[in-house]
Design a protein. Structure first.
Length: 99
């Protein structure tokens, strides 16, 4: 197994080892002063496997996978007013197009 040393900027203060295949699936949580929450992978892309990668203070949720708006089992965007959008690999689709 190849291991790669990870270095991110001082803001994230991440210093560790990971299998290269797992890097894109790792998430670093950041809470912004306005209360928004973001999860990014070590490459700086919005990314989260088990929930929305961007949660806005007002209640809007955005699901991302490796920087692309993506969710296979539900809406990738749920707006605070309840409206939803479906996305696969950064392409907007209808609910009927989901597998």
């Amino acid at each position: 197994m190849n291991l790669y040393k990870l270095h991110t900027d001082a803001k994230n203060k991440l210093d560790g080892y990971a299998n290269m295949n797992d890097l894109a699936y790792s998430s670093i949580k950041k809470v912004w002063p306005d209360g928004d929450i973001e999860y990014r992978n070590v490459f700086g892309q919005l990314n989260r496997q088990d929930g929305p990668a961007w949660i806005a203070t007002g209640g809007t949720e955005h699901w991302f996978k490796n920087g692309k708006r993506h969710r296979e089992n539900g809406p990738a965007v749920t707006w605070a007013n309840g409206n939803t959008e479906y996305w696969i690999n950064d392409k907007r689709v209808t609910n009927n197009e989901l597998i």
